[in-house]
Design a protein around this ligand. Structure first.
Ligand code: ATP
Ligand code: MG
Length: 183
């Protein structure tokens, strides 16, 4: 599975609709301080279902919506869409048949957030579900931030086990077992 396209509109500093193509396995994002590099990472984490504003460097969930600048008025909605090439079949289950998987999230000023999988409305759960065990998720190891390496070194054994289980691809089975046990 590979992330091939990131689309943003009204998200943080990306007020105008922007499409970023990631044509190869390695892409570097460079630019001066404050140009929006980290906002792109925030966008990826947000669309994958991050719900803690602090993890997106904001105070409230609507802080991800473009809040205006000296030259531009604020906008009413933020949208991020990620497009994955799934031709290697990384995503299993009902979505395995799709060579391309689109994950989209929107939020409006009233705090209403909506999620979409390949264009159809879905729950946040559906997105976390299909990516569980792939290493991609709002808090998974596919995004390694400043300070995370030392966090892993200092991690409590339970947390460390969680990372190892996600890397080994068994977290989805544990999650399902937990669900059936609580039913
Ligand atoms: P550095 O190199 O310092 O890490 P960076 O390229 O990672 O910088 P970001 O942190 O991604 O920069 O972007 C910060 C910019 O995004 C700031 O100018 C900030 O005003 C702008 N920004 C963040 N949230 C919003 C928002 N909701 N509306 C408008 N602009 C925003
Ligand atoms: Mg940054």
């Amino acid at each position: 599975m590979r992330l091939t396209t990131i689309k943003l509109a009204g998200f943080k500093s990306f007020v105008d609709p922007t499409t970023l193509h990631l044509p190869t396995n390695m892409t570097g994002i460079v630019g001066p301080n404050g140009c929006g590099k980290s906002n792109i990472i925030d966008a990826i984490r947000w669309v994958m279902g991050e719900s803690a504003a602090s993890r997106l460097r904001g105070d409230s969930l609507t802080d991800v919506i473009f809040s205006g600048s000296s030259a531009r008025k604020p906008v009413g909605q933020a949208m991020v869409e990620l497009i994955f090439d799934n031709s290697d079949g990384t995503v299993q289950g009902e979505f395995a048949q799709y060579a391309e998987i689109s994950v989209k999230r929107t939020v409006s000023r009233d705090g209403q957030s909506q999620y979409f999988l390949n264009g159809s409305r879905c729950r946040r759960r559906d997105i976390t579900d299909i990516f569980l065990g792939t290493g991609l998720g709002p808090r998974s190891y596919s995004i390694i931030e400043q300070g995370m390496i030392s966090q892993i070194i200092d991690a409590h054994p339970d947390e460390l086990r969680g990372h190892l289980e996600e890397a080994a691809g068994i977290s989805k089975y544990k999650e399902r077992r937990k669900e059936t046990e609580t039913r």
